[in-house]
Ligand binder design. Structure first.
Ligand code: NAD
Ligand code: MG
Length: 395
C-alpha cells in the first residue's frame, strides 16, 4: 500500500480536525504534508508540533511570523507560507497526492481549482467552491484528471450508493433525495424567527460544525447549497435533485433508481464517516464513528420541507435555472448575510431577504466561458450589494 501525502486546507476547522482524527488512526497510510489556518494560529502551531508537515499556510506575513517563531522555538522545520497563492501552490505541489478542501466559503475555490488542475485526489468538503464555480471546477477536474471525492455527508452517501463507474450514473438515476435534519428551528413558530440569536441558530440538534454552516443549516441555505453541489457532482438537472426532511440524520441521502429501487446510506451522524471514505476510497478504513444501534433507534421519520418556514431552500433551484453565475451571486449574498447575522447586525429572517434581493438585483452578465477572475469579480459585486442591503436591514 502506497502512503498518501495529504494537504489539509482549513485544518483548524471542524472538518480539518475530524480529518486529522481519522488520519491519526492510520499512521501507516498517511503523511500530513501541508496544513492551513485562517485565524486560529495557535491551533495551527499545535497541529504542526504534532504532525511536522512540510508546509503550513496562514493568510498574511504578520501571522506567518508568529507561527515561525513558535515553531522555531520547538525546533520544528515546517516551512511557513502566507497568502492565498501559497494555498494554491501547496495544493498543486508535485509532492502531494491528496488534498482535503475544508476551507469555508468562496475563499476555498482558488486552491480547489489548483488541486483539480494538478490532477490531485481532491476531497471536497468546501461546497461553496462548487456553488461559486461549478462549471469551471468540473472542467478543471476533467482536464487535470483529478479524482473528485465528495465529503459532504449527503453527497458521500449518494456517491456510495452509485455504481463505481461514473459512466453508469446517468442510466441508474431517476432522481436523488438529499436528507435534511431541518435544523434547530424545524418546529419553531416561523413568526418568531426574527428574534433568534446566533447562539440559538448554531445549536444544531445532530451535528457539531463550524459557525457558518451551522447558521446555513438553521436557514436551510445549507441544503440549498447542497442541491447546487449535487447538480455538479452528479451532473444532474435541477429537477432530479430533491430534498426531504429527516430529523434523525441517520439516512444520509438516497438514490431513487430508474427501476424504482431506492438505495440509501445510513450511519451515525459523524463526519469522520464520509471523511474516512474519501481518504480510503475505494477501500474502507476505521473512522472512529460509533456504530448504529438499531435496537436503540427510534423511528426514522420524514417530512416535506416547509417553504414558508424555509424559503431559502428554493433559491437553489431558481438559481440553477437562472443565468450562469446566479449561484455565485446567491453564495456571495449568503456569506455576507450570515456574517452580518453572526455579528448581530441583522436579524435571522433578514438572511433570506438579503439572499433573495441580491439574486434579483445583481445580473451575473458572464460571458460564455467565465474564468476564475470573472467569477471572483461577480462574487465581489454581489457582496457589495448584499452589504448594502444588510446595512438597510440593520437592527
Ligand atoms: P470551520 O469554520 O470549522 O473551519 C473553516 C476552516 O477554514 C478553518 O480552518 C479556517 O481557518 C479556514 N478558513 C476560514 N476562512 C478562510 C479564508 N478566507 N481563507 C483561508 N482559510 C479560511 O468550518 P467547517 O465546519 O469545518 O466547514 C468547512 C467546509 O466544509 C465548509 O464549506 C462546510 O460547508 C463544509 N462542510 C462542513 C461540515 C461539518 O460537519 N462541519 C459538513 C459538511 C460540509
Ligand atoms: Mg451536508
Amino acid at each position: 500500500m502506497q502512503r498518501q501525502r495529504l494537504v489539509i486546507l482549513g485544518s483548524t476547522g471542524s472538518i480539518g480536525t475530524s480529518t486529522l482524527d481519522v488520519v491519526a488512526r492510520h499512521p501507516d497510510r498517511f503523511d500530513v504534508v501541508g496544513l492551513s489556518a485562517h485565524q486560529r494560529v495557535d491551533d495551527l502551531v499545535a497541529q504542526c508540533l504534532r504532525w511536522t508537515p512540510r508546509w503550513a499556510t496562514v493568510p498574511d506575513e504578520p501571522r506567518a511570523r508568529v507561527v515561525r517563531d513558535a515553531l522555531r522555538a520547538h525546533g520544528v522545520p515546517t516551512q511557513v507560507l502566507s497568502g492565498p497563492q501559497a494555498l494554491c501552490d501547496m495544493a498543486a505541489d508535485a509532492d502531494v497526492d491528496s488534498v482535503m478542501a475544508a476551507i469555508v466559503g468562496a475563499a476555498g475555490l482558488p486552491p480547489c481549482l489548483a488541486a483539480a488542475r494538478a490532477g490531485k485526489r481532491l476531497l471536497l468538503a468546501n461546497k461553496e467552491a462548487l456553488v461559486v464555480g461549478g462549471a469551471l471546477f468540473m472542467q478543471a477536474v476533467k482536464q487535470g484528471g483529478a479524482t473528485l471525492l465528495p465529503i459532504d455527508s449527503e453527497h458521500s452517501a449518494i456517491f456510495q450508493c452509485l455504481p463505481q463507474q461514473r459512466a453508469h450514473w446517468a442510466e441508474t438515476i431517476d432522481h436523488i433525495v438529499l436528507t435534511a435534519s431541518g435544523g434547530p428551528f424545524r418546529q419553531r413558530d416561523p413568526a418568531t424567527l426574527h428574534s433568534v440569536t446566533p447562539e440559538q441558530a448554531i445549536a444544531h440538534p445532530n451535528w457539531t460544525m463550524g459557525r457558518k454552516i451551522s447558521v446555513d443549516s438553521a436557514t436551510m441555505m445549507n441544503k440549498a447549497l447542497e442541491v447546487i453541489e449535487a447538480r455538479w457532482l452528479f451532473d444532474l438537472p435541477p429537477e432530479q435533485v430533491k430534498v426531504v426532511i429527516h430529523p434523525q440524520s441517520i439516512i444520509h441521502s438516497m438514490v431513487v433508481c430508474r427501476d424504482g429501487s431506492v438505495l440509501a446510506q445510513l450511519g451515525t451522524p459523524d463526519m469522520r464517516g464520509p471523511i474516512s471514505y474519501g481518504l480510503s476510497f475505494p477501500q474502507r478504513i476505521e473512522s472512529g464513528a460509533a456504530r448504529l444501534d438499531f435496537a436503540a433507534l427510534s423511528a426514522l421519520t420524514f417530512e416535506e420541507a416547509d417553504a414558508h418556514r424555509f424559503p431559502g431552500l428554493h433559491l437553489s433551484w431558481a438559481a440553477l435555472r437562472g443565468p450562469e453565475g446566479s449561484t455565485t451571486v446567491l453564495n456571495a449574498a449568503n456569506e455576507v448575510a450570515v456574517a452580518a447575522f453572526l455579528d448581530r447586525q441583522i436579524g435571522f429572517d433578514a438572511i433570506y431577504r438579503i439572499n433573495a434581493d441580491t439574486v434579483d438585483a445583481v445580473p451575473p452578465q458572464l460571458g460564455d466561458t467565465p474564468a476564475l477572475a470573472d467569477l471572483l469579480a461577480l462574487d465581489e459585486r454581489a457582496r457589495a450589494h448584499a452589504r448594502q442591503r444588510a446595512q438597510e436591514l440593520a437592527r
